[in-house]
Design a protein around this ligand. Structure first.
Ligand SMILES: [Zn+2]
Length: 309
């Protein structure tokens, strides 16, 4: 059973589709010589921000609502080709608006349509997570969450993503309280571009039930104990962590220490196009990181139990 709990729609947009849409519209991306190089990381990039630049370069070419329906469909088709049983797809409607000028509510509806159709065709079970973008600032957090809540039934959870070194998680507490009141689950990107204090903030101020990445929790034994005691699952994406230079290699990745501390870990892809990876490839990478068959079996159980959908 393959469950991927952490996959960004923006990080799944195919290079070929991005190119085709850019050519259709005469978009500047059509003039880029090496679109693969612009959209795909081939090694460590030295930080989160340059990696996000690769993830975030593609959406501008998806200029029509029907393109987002196609994006949702292709994301699920690619997941089916990987052999996934279950996929949680997350995306940031306000980021897409910023890149395309499209109304975020329309984008949500289009993505949901494409995902629903492909899910029915392929048999891959899916659920959607709405992302609030840190970079837009906390005042905008409430507007972003209201957009998600206008389509409440389409989402299982809310997430906070973007430049973790920028706006602190605590500033988004009112937005996350509103999402929790509406019954949405909560996962938060933390402990990736910043240290353990960021994970503490996600848990204490935003009510995070899962943490996107969270791998820098390994630096704080008290935090590891807290995560283990509360059963807060870390969504660990090994190849993404290499590309953002959070870990220098698979072998030196702290995932073994997280598991040894009793913290639930689910292996995830994060951005399959931007990292040129798949979930089965991440399970292979986990062996290089020192995980045993028993560890991998536990990881599969963790993912199933932590699923929001
Ligand atoms: Zn992510």
């Amino acid at each position: 059973m393959f469950f991927d709990l952490h996959r960004h729609l923006e990080g799944t947009l195919r290079v070929a589709t991005t190119r085709a849409l850019a050519v259709r519209d005469g978009h500047r991306l059509a003039a880029v010589d090496d679109l693969d190089d612009l959209l795909v990381a081939r090694g460590p990039l030295g930080g989160l921000v340059p990696f996000l630049a690769k993830v975030d370069a593609a959406p501008a070419a998806f200029s029509r609502l029907e393109d987002w329906q196609r994006a949702g469909r292709e994301c699920v088709e690619d997941a089916a080709a990987e052999g996934l049983d279950y996929l949680e797809i997350r995306f940031a409607p306000w980021f897409i608006r910023q890149e395309t000028g499209l109304a975020p509510e329309g984008v949500i509806d289009a993505v949901a349509d494409g995902v629903r159709a492909a899910s029915a065709e392929t048999g891959v079970r899916t659920a959607l997570i709405g992302i609030l973008l840190r970079d837009l600032g906390p005042e905008c957090g409430l507007d972003q969450v209201d957009t998600l809540l206008s389509r409440r039934d389409l989402f299982c959870a809310v997430d906070l993503a973007g430049n973790e070194g920028g706006v602190p998680a605590a500033d988004f507490a009112p937005a996350f309280a509103r999402a929790r009141d509406a019954g949405l689950h909560v996962t938060v990107h933390a402990g990736e571009g910043a240290g353990p204090e960021s994970v503490w903030a996600a848990v204490r101020h935003l009510g995070a039930e899962r943490i996107g990445h969270g791998v820098r929790a390994a630096e704080d034994p008290a935090l590891l104990e807290h995560l283990a005691a509360r059963g807060i699952t870390l969504e660990v994406a090994l190849t993404s962590n290499l590309h953002t230079s959070v870990a220098p290699s698979y072998a030196a990745h702290p995932v073994r220490r997280l598991l040894a501390a009793g913290v639930p870990v689910a292996l995830c892809t994060d951005d399959p196009r931007a990292s040129a990876t798949t979930l089965p490839a991440e399970f292979e990478a986990a062996r290089e990181a020192g995980l045993t068959d028993a560890d991998l079996a536990a990881v599969r159980v963790n993912a199933r139990e932590a699923a929001f959908g």
